[in-house]
Write a protein that binds this ligand. Sequence first.
Ligand code: UDP
Ligand code: MG
Length: 333
Amino acid sequence: MWETLEKKMSVNMKTIELVTPSFNEEKCIEKFIEEVDRVFSLELPDYQYLVTYVDDGSSDKTLVEIKRMEEAYGSDKVHYISFSRNFGKESAIYAGLCNCVGDYVVLLDVDLQHPVTLIPEMLKAIEEEGYDCATARRTSRKGEGKIKSFFSRNFYHLFNHITGLKLMPGATDFRLMKREVAQAIAKFSERERFTKGIYSWIGFQNKWIPYANVERTEGESKWSMRGLARYSLNGFLAFATTPLRAIIYMGLLIVAATVVWIIKILVDYLAFGVATGNGVTTLTLITLFLGGMVLTVLGVIGEYMARIYMEVKNRPIYITRETNIGCQSEKQD
Ligand code: UDP
Ligand code: MG
């Protein structure tokens, strides 16, 4: 009787689904669900949780660990999607959001750097204060390298300035949202994905929840400085066409400067009879300058073209190798 009562209750309970991208995280898989279980039984007894692990083509025992958790907690509490290879965190997020079923969806890292204990506060923002989503924002960068934090801090100012979007400095992709918001994000089927930019683009009422940086306890960060630089450049190019416009202004400026220069030479010659400038030097400088300009412009256009090329190919954003989510299919529309 108790069992049926429990089942009945759980049918009426709202489900909070935690989508977590995991790449070579064998040491974190169990700790993560243990922490979720602890927080839910202590602070959110009226909700049930569902953990959706997205195994991003790990080469260690991540998937084995996930399956062990499925055995231990049951397949109604543990969903997983395992990729055929490493597609990157952004693709893993996309896969998780495309397949989410919870009433609320939380996106967070599996390494516990996004504290599960923030979820009750995030939930309050939605249920009591009428927001559609709540996003965590780091207020300190304790434990992070100086160079890394310098670049991330300045990245946001530059990004906002150029794209006209409003990325909050310290914003993370740790967010609790109503399912509609998650579905809106899943509609973005672009290949060069930048979730933080998409968060800002889709709108909705968002509440920022500040928290202090948490250091990783198990495993290690997958981001190198080079990886981060590539990630921020992708962010720019995915949301800003301003570089293309800047090139037009630059071209116009050079044309105008050249015209002024020609007029000056003509005036010098016609009015004062002086021939200014040594012909060879002038020609060499102009040729070098224009050559450089043309190469720069071609490079920028090439960057966008490469992206158009990848988009028109319409390749899948991820390929599933294994999953326990019923009749799931990769959504590519
Ligand atoms: N991650 C992923 N695919 C990747 C790299 C990372 O799914 O190719 C996941 C990783 O398992 C973790 C999250 O993305 O859950 C954040 O990665 P990480 O902790 O390495 O980044 P950091 O916290 O150092 O910025
Ligand atoms: Mg981390």
